[in-house]
Design a protein around this ligand. Structure first.
Ligand code: GDP
Ligand code: MG
Length: 164
């Protein structure tokens, strides 16, 4: 069985952009997985000769941060099957309450899972500097990437795949 890597994060942090970037060499059509929610997409990918499945989700949290913690917990159960989780935040926006709620639930629910904390939209050195404050979030030091431009994505993927 190919390991499953899940992209997790509140809306608009760049999950689908990263999904498309990682799978860009693949012409595989992103099909909705039967029997699961319409917007859960799983596609095969390959990195440095290693094969995996990548899961993108959308719309599991409202745009505003009003989702209750128990609802969020319920939603995050969708990631139970994942072998590794890429937890994305938006470095430009900084951490939101929803990011912090997700962090807490991931730490509590998935103690034994590999979770990679990724700060996206770090498109230039200025944002990278500002994003240093995320290091103090109490989670773990993030990988700084730009899903749009590709910066940092290879190093991050190396570590994710090496952990599997
Ligand atoms: P999702 O809701 O988490 O799937 O986020 P999307 O992938 O749909 O991206 C949300 C918005 O952020 C879009 O307008 C993207 O173009 C933009 N975006 C994604 N990655 C980056 C990035 O690395 N840098 C910048 N500046 N914008 C990005
Ligand atoms: Mg999306």
């Amino acid at each position: 069985m190919k390991p499953l890597i899940a992209l997790v994060g509140r809306p608009n942090v760049g999950k689908s952009t990263l999904f498309n970037r990682i799978l860009r060499q693949k012409s595989a059509i992103v099909d909705p997985t039967p029997g699961v929610t319409r917007d859960r997409h799983i596609s095969p990918g390959e990195w440095q000769g290693k094969q995996f499945l990548l899961m993108d989700t959308g719309g599991y949290a409202p745009e505003n941060d009003s989702l209750s913690v128990s609802m969020l917990e319920q939603t995050l159960r969708a990631f139970e099957d994942a072998d590794a989780i890429i937890f994305m935040v938006d470095a430009r926006a900084g951490l939101t309450y929803l990011d912090l709620d997700i962090t807490k639930i991931l730490q509590k629910t998935f103690k034994d899972k590999k979770i990679f904390f990724v700060a996206n939209k770090v498109d230039n050195p200025q944002v990278a500097l500002e994003a240093q404050s995320l290091v103090r979030s109490g989670f773990t030091e993030p990988y700084f990437i730009s899903a749009r431009d590709g910066a940092g994505v290879a190093d991050m993927l190396d570590d994710v795949l090496a952990s599997l």
